[in-house]
Write a protein that binds this ligand. Structure first.
Ligand code: ADP
Ligand code: ASP
Ligand code: MG
Length: 476
């Protein structure tokens, strides 16, 4: 495998394997092959694993059903977890000693699941803390399976729950790491294992509060875990192994002719991830940028394909104008509108303060120059909650008719064109609008990122796919 030409024998490599990469016995065997290959080149390799694909969804749906009083889920989901993990073990682990140890560990974790969801049924609710305890079980099981497989292959390995490494606040289901505390704990736990020649197989997705209560970093958070551990150690490189050939010019599920982008700057990939390219969790980038750690995105199912290298902005000259197109669906556009808004001080500040208090994220804001309206997008599920918060905040202005009201659009999507070359090339916006106009896609709102690395447009949900394909045609 051709990688960066540098001496890696003194460095640590972090490799994160996503849900599909550990989702079947064959995939898991490939993962073990990849680890054993890279171990020859690096001082140490630290795998970070997701839950087997579909397992986190199953765990979260079970908690939800249990909280709504569906008692049957305790039995059905417990059975499904047993079947899924037993199939993995049977397809992988051959020695009796490993089988016994692993079966005991997996049974123990599934029992924990049953007790937690049983409690949710009884209480009729699932607290965010309880949800994280349930969600954590997927990674805790998959890490143990991979550690067992490595041990069978004579690679001394130990599963490590990242609850012992990543220290977070108590914002359950989307916790924020304390990087300093994480650095200390990670180094204290992992470096001694590495010195002993043991490969730590670390769970993605999880952290714990300083008191030791389990938290999760939010959906898709295992990429972020890998970056946090990479920054903490620090690692020489962080590789994200997934089910496509790196970061592509668009989601290959939407645009089948999308192709791999060889190199991206940290800034470009941040913008891509932020505007919906699921291939990387958006928070993955910051820890690696700050430590100048090269990030690679590559395909477990085509390990000889180089994938994408994400490196510092200055060391790679961007060619081409638009490099990639992304999409976010299931959004609502909220508009605060009124002819009297011009004279009302601080409308924007009060608007976003009220939205922030509902805990809703706003990926895109667009203010018309007339200052008679502010519009922004929120996830569709949060739209009603946001509207009522705004109606409360502006009750007086609405009564006085300074603000006509707060409206929620039908479902919309955001399409974004990303590329740092855009800022040097005049007329990109013009080309974007002409292309969309010709394709009959109506643009509802526009925002240009302040970094000028992206242009984002709000379009109706129905025209989102057409918009992505149309903009993808503009990539040279
Ligand atoms: P993992 O389980 O490995 O973390 P994810 O499903 O989270 O994998 O992310 C990989 C998926 O991201 C791909 O299968 C692909 O459909 C989707 N995706 C969206 N946008 C892009 C893009 N620009 N490049 C590559 N993949 C993308
Ligand atoms: N298993 C978690 C999820 O499905 C975290 C991850 O895979 O990144 O969201
Ligand atoms: Mg992912």
């Amino acid at each position: 495998m051709e990688t960066q030409k540098k001496n890696t024998a003194d460095e640590i490599l972090i490799m994160k394997f996503g849900g599909t990469s550990v989702g079947s016995p064959d995939a898991m065997k490939t993962v073990a092959d990849i680890i054993s290959n890279e171990k020859k080149r690096w001082k140490s390799v630290i795998p970070v694993v997701s839950a087997l694909n579909g397992v986190t969804n199953l765990l979260l749906e079970s908690a939800q059903k249990a909280a709504s009083g569906d008692h049957s889920v305790v039995e059905t989901a417990t059975k499904e977890l047993h079947i899924r993990h037993r199939q993995m073990m049977e397809g992988l682990i051959t020695t009796e000693a490993e089988q016994k140890k692993l079966t005991w560990e997996i049974n123990h974790l599934i029992n924990e699941f049953s007790s937690l969801v049983q409690a949710m049924v009884v209480l009729g609710e699932a607290s965010p803390r309880g949800i994280d305890a349930v969600a954590s079980l997927g990674e805790r099981m998959s890490a143990r399976i991979l550690a067992s497989l490595l041990n069978e292959r004579q690679i001394k390995a130990e599963a490590v729950d990242s609850t012992r490494l990543i220290v977070t606040d108590g914002q359950f289901t989307s916790a924020n790491p304390d990087e300093e505390a994480t650095r200390e704990k990670t180094r204290a736990e992992l470096l001694p294992l590495i010195e002993k020649g043991i490969t730590p197989v670390v769970t993605g997705f999880l952290g714990a509060t300083p008191e030791g209560v389990i938290t999760t970093l939010g959906r898709g958070g295992s990429d972020w875990s890998a970056a946090l551990l990479g920054a903490a150690l620090p690692a020489g490189e962080v590789w994200i192994w997934t089910d496509v050939n790196g970061v592509m010019t668009a989601d290959p599920r939407l645009v089948p002719e999308a192709c791999t982008i060889d190199h991206l700057s940290y800034r470009e990939v941040s913008e891509l991830a932020y505007f919906g390219a699921k291939v990387l969790h958006p928070k993955t980038i910051r820890p690696v940028i700050e430590n100048n750690i090269p990030l690679r995105v590559c395909n477990t199912f085509e390990p000889y394909n180089e994938g994408t290298w994400i490196i510092s902005d200055t060391s790679y000259i961007t060619e081409g104008v638009i490099k990639a197109v992304t999409a976010i669906s299931d959004m609502s556009l909220i508009t605060v509108q009124g002819t009297g808004m011009l004279g009302v001080p601080g409308v924007a500040a009060r608007t976003f303060d009220a939205v922030a208090k509902t805990g809703t994220s706003v990926p895109l804001i667009s203010q018309a120059s007339s200052e008679q309206s502010i519009c922004f997008t929120v996830p569709i599920d949060a739209a009603e909650k946001v509207r009522s918060a705004l109606e409360k905040t502006f009750a007086r202005e609405i009564q006085r008719r300074d603000i006509d009201g707060i409206t929620i659009s039908p479902a919309v999507g955001i399409v974004s064109a990303v590329g740092s070359g855009m800022r040097y090339t005049p007329g990109v916006a013009g080309r974007v609008f002409t292309a969309l106009g010709t394709a009959g896609v109506n643009v509802i709102a526009i925002a240009q990122g302040s970094s000028e690395v992206s242009i984002s447009l709000v379009v109706s949900q129905e025209s989102l796919k057409d918009a992505v394909r149309t903009l993808h045609n503009l990539i040279q």
